[in-house]
Design a protein around this ligand. Sequence first.
Ligand SMILES: Cc1cc2nc3c(=O)[nH]c(=O)nc-3n(C[C@H](O)[C@H](O)[C@H](O)COP(=O)(O)O)c2cc1C
Length: 333
Amino acid sequence: MFEDLGQAYLPQTRWPRRMVDRDKCEKCLRCIDSCPTAGFEKDEEGFPVPVGYGGMDQACLNCWNCVAVCPSGALTIEGPYQVPAGRYRTLTTGEVRFPDPLADGRPWDQAEPELTDTEKLIYKRRSNRLFKKKPVPKHLLHRIVEAGRFAPSAGNCQPYKFIVVTDRALINEVEKGSMEILRRLKNWYLSPSGRRSKAKAALFTAASLLAANKLDPRPFTAMEKADRENNVIYWGAPAVIFICKNPRGISNPDLDCGIAAQNMVLTAHSLGLGTCYIGLSIEPLNFPNMAGTRKKLGITPPWKAITSIAIGWPRGKIDKVVKRDSPPVEWIG
Ligand SMILES: Cc1cc2nc3c(=O)[nH]c(=O)nc-3n(C[C@H](O)[C@H](O)[C@H](O)COP(=O)(O)O)c2cc1C
């Protein structure tokens, strides 16, 4: 009768398997540095080794960025992230494959010449986590923000505010304050040994009824990485744009914010810049102990942060096409 109580807490999970071909690997460790999670370690010989964390056998989001940034083609990935039990069941159903873009059976190299520049940009954009220190000129940040302003929004109400931060001290303050909150949550939820206490399992299962998506194991491995890297959440990016919503926007202002953000991201990549959406700091920013930081950022009522984008010049080649899982698509008519 009570068996279900521990089901949603650290549920049985199938993670993708990353493999490193040691004959090809040049030990540059770009895979470790650009991995969003604590998913790799370096062994005594200097090779990257895929690892797990907190009782999970692997820590991997299936983003393929390690494959994209590897200069020697040493990395391959097999298998999906799947949660067969509990409340965090993967939304993807059906046969899991990793087709190249356009999924018509042709390899990317053959399809690419026929695509528009916009299509190429969409497929090649990767989240960038390796930034140069070099600042982004203000006129380019202005062009990025303008692309957000011209995004479609319900009722054309443009329910957003964009906050462009290039002040390193303030970015550090956001990271430090966020990490203090995330660290507590992470250390409470995941025990490094992977042992489960029955009381905790029941508590987290109950919590997952209220917010099923918040306790998925994957983001916790990203929190662990930020913790190990001394609060690095924004990956050292020289600029961050916060996208805030006015909750009184018509219909669904969160969606409007997302659309504006993606206009900015694609524009930044078209300018040769790299970007990474950063959500890790967003929930913590709502906490009472970050009120001072919110005020410095200008996130005061009615504004509420919805997401943020780290922006800077990429260190080495990062934008590259990857394979991706296929969500269900129905064709009707
Ligand atoms: C709303 C949102 C929040 C995200 N938050 C983070 C984050 O906090 N840290 C991070 O490194 N990546 C973050 N990402 C990036 C995702 O991990 C990434 O988009 C995904 O793994 C797919 O990889 P790709 O962007 O290279 O295609 C976020 C993405 C989105 C859309």
